[in-house]
Design a protein around this ligand. Structure first.
Ligand SMILES: C[C@H](O)[C@H](O)[C@H]1CNC2=NC(N)=NC(=O)C2=N1
Length: 142
């Protein structure tokens, strides 16, 4: 497994700077007819830069998902407000779910292309950088 260890330490050392790169980019308008969803291979190669997010295939469309547990229903809505301000600033909008009073799930995909574009990874990286700590449950089991 020596070879694999070398590969993974390489990928870890590049991850920090790539993650920074992605979160400092800006979403572009996604109404262009040339915009196409990325391949599953391309999505797999970007996922290490937003490793908190899951890559899922929903009926043939790739999406990014991430879940959190919030302290209360109202904190969930505050969380959505923070996300909404980012989404409006970027002109790119996630699907927001608040289920079972304190479970927040965000799905990100580009509706207009029916799959993932770099915009989705940029938004995911920017969401990762938000300070939402005060809104979240301390333990997943709470
Ligand atoms: C022009 C503008 O980029 C489009 O209307 C945007 C708005 N926000 C969007 N957000 C997402 N996630 N997918 C879209 O296709 C989309 N379209």
């Amino acid at each position: 497994m020596h070879h694999n260890n070398q590969l993974s330490s390489f990928s870890t050392s590049t991850q920090a700077s790539n993650d920074l790169d992605l979160s400092t980019k800006t979403c572009v308008p996604c109404n262009s007819k040339e915009m196409k969803p990325m391949t599953e291979d391309a999505a797999h190669s970007l996922i290490p830069q937003v490793s908190e997010w899951n890559l899922v295939n929903e009926g043939g469309s790739l999406k990014l998902t991430r879940s959190w547990k919030v302290k209360s229903f109202n904190k969930g809505l505050e969380f959505f407000r923070v996300i909404a301000d980012l989404a409006e600033a970027q002109g790119h909008h996630p699907d927001l779910h608040l289920v079972g009073w304190n479970n927040v799930t965000i799905e990100i995909w580009t509706h207009s292309v029916g799959g993932l574009t770099e915009n989705d990874f940029i938004l995911a990286a920017k969401i990762n950088e938000l300070n939402v700590h005060g809104l979240l449950r301390k333990k997943a089991s709470d």
